[in-house]
Design a protein around this ligand. Structure first.
Ligand SMILES: [Zn+2]
Length: 471
């Protein structure tokens, strides 16, 4: 379950980083690549119960680097009928830290991939054509690798943080998020961090020629909610139709939802994001994005943004029919008809208010509503100065001078559970990509090799900025 804006990297990405062969890589880069290879090659998808293998491998690497057993916590979870694990690792400050911990997130599971559908074995890390291919190369084993490799690198450098750094890796982010929820509650009760950094979202956005355009921080996620709408009826024989009919009533309800437009919404964050996105394109859509950012009541801009699947979700709540079932025999009147309606709710609107709106729109009390997803409201996180400063330092280290722009994604990363508990949570991954170039969740998922190496310093710089010795 993962619908973040995908940010992709290009082989041509940073002019300063010529294609290097493996032998030219530093010992640290080679070590990070080895961690990446090992975690990609474990099939940690639902149905295979191999997240514990990932945990076992990572724990081995961390212990070899000097992390103490008492600072590593492995927890078993039953992810709706299947065993998975979560891993929490403390990189402790010395003495009494004056600031609250920072929690760092990534997930160890992947969406499954079938070898017969791929050009290359999805569970083998293949380097070819300037890309690393393999399931999870983008989502999210790069995130796991960059956090684990950074912890090891800092430890080997003798770095002692001024506050606790706590790496929290989940084991079923792509499916039930059982481990995520439990970890978020644990973090809330025990760790009480100042804020959360998520390696599973955010990143450098590249233009068509591979030039960096903006750095996107995921600062908000829409609230994900799924409703079932059901109409029941006594039914009867189809040769003697009664006036009321479960399928017709449900169809009317759905047609009302189809015709309804949720009120236009915006926030400082979404306007800034539309403004920055609009500057990257000179077409009608780009103009509308900028016009809306300047004036969110601009009817002409609203109409254009509503008509485009890539922007309709950025200006308000959306609810859309996704599944349908009903009736039981071709010659019987339906006794029941059910539709699934999936909503992506704008931050601050709320699941309850959205359900009420849908009920008003349907205007038929025979249509029964049932919320079938978890109740996880996800408020927006205002961008902190310290996080912004650390991001800018990391970008400067890469020789990249671009604006840092917060964005809202449509909902579904581990971060929403932490926002739900009141923590500011930022998707600040280190990769760089052109839009739609990594095929996360899809066939032949990949990450540009240059992006892999260029992004390795990202958390290293950020954590030294945010948890370096007091000056
Ligand atoms: Zn992910």
């Amino acid at each position: 379950m993962n619908f973040r804006l995908s940010l992709i990297v290009s082989a041509a990405m940073l002019a300063a980083a010529p294609q290097a062969i493996a032998q030219d890589r530093t010992a640290f880069e080679q070590q990070a690549r080895e961690i990446y290879r090992n975690v990609v090659e474990i099939r940690s998808a639902r149905g295979h119960e191999k997240v514990p293998e990932v945990v076992d491998y990572i724990v081995g690497e961390l212990k070899a680097a000097g992390f103490a057993g008492e600072d590593i916590q492995i927890t078993d979870y039953d992810a709706t009928g299947e065993a998975t694990q979560g891993l929490i690792v403390w990189y402790r400050a010395e003495g009494e830290p004056s600031e609250a911990p920072i929690v760092l997130l990534a997930h160890m599971d992947v969406v499954d991939a079938l070898a017969e559908d791929w050009v290359r074995d999805p569970y083998k890390l293949t380097e070819e054509e300037g890309y690393f291919f393999g399931r999870g190369t983008a989502d999210n084993k790069y995130g796991v690798t960059s956090l684990v490799a950074t912890f090891i690198r800092l430890k080997e450098e003798g770095f002692v943080p001024s506050r606790d750094l706590v790496m929290v890796l989940s084991g079923d982010e792509e499916t039930g998020m059982v481990s995520t929820r439990a970890q978020a509650n644990y973090v809330h009760e025990t760790i009480k961090p100042a804020f959360i950094l998520n390696a599973d979202a955010g990143g450098l956005s590249l233009g068509p020629d591979g030039e960096p355009l903006i750095y996107g921080v995921q600062g908000a996620e829409k609230t994900y909610a799924t409703f079932e709408l059901t109409v029941t009826n006594p039914g009867g024989h189809s040769s003697a139709p009664r006036k009321d009919n479960a399928i017709y009533e449900l169809a009317d309800a759905l047609k009302n939802i189809q015709a309804y437009k949720f009120p236009v919404r915006s926030s400082e964050l979404t306007r800034a994001s539309l403004e920055a996105g609009g500057r990257q394109r000179l077409d009608k859509l780009g103009n509308a994005m900028r016009a809306f950012a300047a004036d969110p009541t601009d009817e002409n801009a609203i109409e254009i943004l509503r008509d485009d699947p890539s922007t309709v979700g950025t200006i308000g709540t959306t609810c859309i029919a996704t599944m349908l079932r009903g009736g039981h025999a071709e010659n019987a009147l339906p006794q029941s008809a059910t539709a699934t309606v999936n909503c992506r709710i704008f931050p601050g609107v709320g699941i309850e208010a959205t359900e009420q709106t849908l009920k008003d729109v349907v205007a038929n009390e025979d249509v029964k509503f049932k919320l079938i997803s978890d109740l996880v409201e996800s408020p927006e996180s205002g961008l902190r100065e310290d996080v912004l400063g650390a991001l800018n330092a990391a970008l400067e280290e890469r020789g990249v001078d671009v604006p840092v722009v917060p964005h809202m994604s449509s909902g579904g990363t581990d971060g929403m559970h932490y926002r739900n508990l009141g923590y500011d949570t930022y998707g600040v991954g280190g990769s760089a990509a052109k839009p739609n170039d990594t095929y996360a969740h899809g066939l032949n998922e990949r990450l540009p090799v240059d992006s892999f190496y260029d992004g390795l310093d990202h958390f290293h710089v950020m954590l030294k900025e945010l948890a370096g010795p007091d000056e």
